[in-house]
Write a protein that binds this ligand. Structure first.
Ligand code: UDP
Length: 324
């Protein structure tokens, strides 16, 4: 198998049987602090691979689209080939790590709703935080792609939190990467393991890479315990999270909008003289029975054209809402 990409702790190999798939190989290397701390710990690759296998399988069972296809070997996953977006998404339920350092806040503070942040994937720059606006203006992603990623990340957070709760673990934070297939499908990609999450036991002990970062415990023992815990969980019992999409339909600029004109006149009569123009549109809140996928957005575009809006006179914007 040809090596397509050599990462810090994983390798991407070509799939000899399919040009649309890759083999993701988990090595035993562990890094922290941008690779400043690096060690090889026997068995880590297999455990991170197994954790990712369990969690991707679980998320797929709840309707979240990921690049995962199947376990290929002890430390290899077969995955759909995607082009990874240059931004990664971090979701935080509880303050820890770089968030505490950045804002000088106490470790352990609970966030409700959870915080979602975007980081630029650039080792030379040490993966800095990036604003949505900068990521869009720099041409890295579109606003719609960011909204999609945030929405899916919040769904992933819901499902992972519920799963870990069943086995008495708290999901503190995690990082997700997203990729796009040649057909344009956006999928959760990379790995989800103790290397990319923080998990605490009921007594506040870490069961993740912080044990390595802080040299405070046995990483392999923790990762093996995590896998054991996950095998005891009962994913079927976790209820489906309601998802919501908002479609805003507005009259096209330049076209007359009589309801807007009536409202403008009424506001002027009430003394709001600074109101220059009012345009009235429609909002559709659509509830879905499973997480948002690229296909749903495509369907929605078709739905817009067929039903929700009149493409001659109106323009429709699809917005993704968080259901809290
Ligand atoms: N994370 C990751 N890869 C990165 C940066 C962060 O997997 O390149 C994960 C990390 O394991 C933690 C979460 O994202 O679960 C938030 O990490 P944080 O921003 O606090 O950074 P750190 O403390 O790891 O420097």
């Amino acid at each position: 198998m040809k090596v397509l990409h050599e990462g810090k702790v994983k390798r991407v190999l070509s799939d000899p049987n399919s040009p649309n798939h890759i083999i993701l190989e988990f090595t035993d290397i562990v890094t922290a602090g941008d690779g400043e701390k690096k060690e090889t710990i026997g068995g880590k690759g297999k455990l991170a691979c197994e954790t990712s296998d369990i969690l991707f399988t679980f998320l797929e069972s709840k309707g979240i689209k990921t690049h995962f296809d199947k376990r290929f070997d002890e430390n290899q996953l077969r995955c759909k080939k995607v082009k990874i977006f240059p931004v990664e998404v971090v979701c935080r339920n509880v303050a820890a790590g770089s968030f505490c350092r950045r804002y000088d806040i106490e470790r352990g503070e609970i966030f409700s709703p959870p915080i979602v942040e975007f980081f630029l994937k650039d080792d030379k720059l040490h993966d800095p935080l990036i604003t949505r606006n900068a990521a869009v203006v720099m041409g890295l992603v579109t606003h719609e792609e960011l909204a999609f990623m945030e929405n899916v990340t919040r769904s992933v957070n819901y499902y992972l939190c519920q799963l870990f709760k069943q086995v008495d673990l708290s999901l503190i934070d995690f990082k997700l990467e997203f990729g796009r297939t040649d057909e344009g499908q956006i999928l959760v990609a990379d790995e989800i393991s103790g290397d990319t999450m923080r998990l605490w036991t009921l007594t506040g002990e870490s069961i993740d890479k912080d044990l390595f970062r802080e040299a405070s415990g046995d990483l392999i023992e923790a990762y093996a315990t995590l896998v054991e815990h996950l095998k005891k969980a009962t994913p079927k019992e976790i209820p489906i999270k309601k998802e919501r999409i908002r479609v805003i339909v507005m009259p096209k600029q330049g076209l007359k909008n009589p309801p807007g004109e009536v409202t403008r006149k009424a506001l002027t009569r009430l003394g709001f003289e600074s109101v220059n123009d009012v345009r009235v549109g429609k909002v559709y809140d659509i509830e879905l029975s499973h997480p948002i996928t690229s296909e749903i957005l495509e369907h929605l575009r078709a739905m817009n054209l067929k039903l929700l809006s009149n493409p001659v006179a109106e323009e429709a914007k699809v917005g993704l809402l968080v259901w809290e």
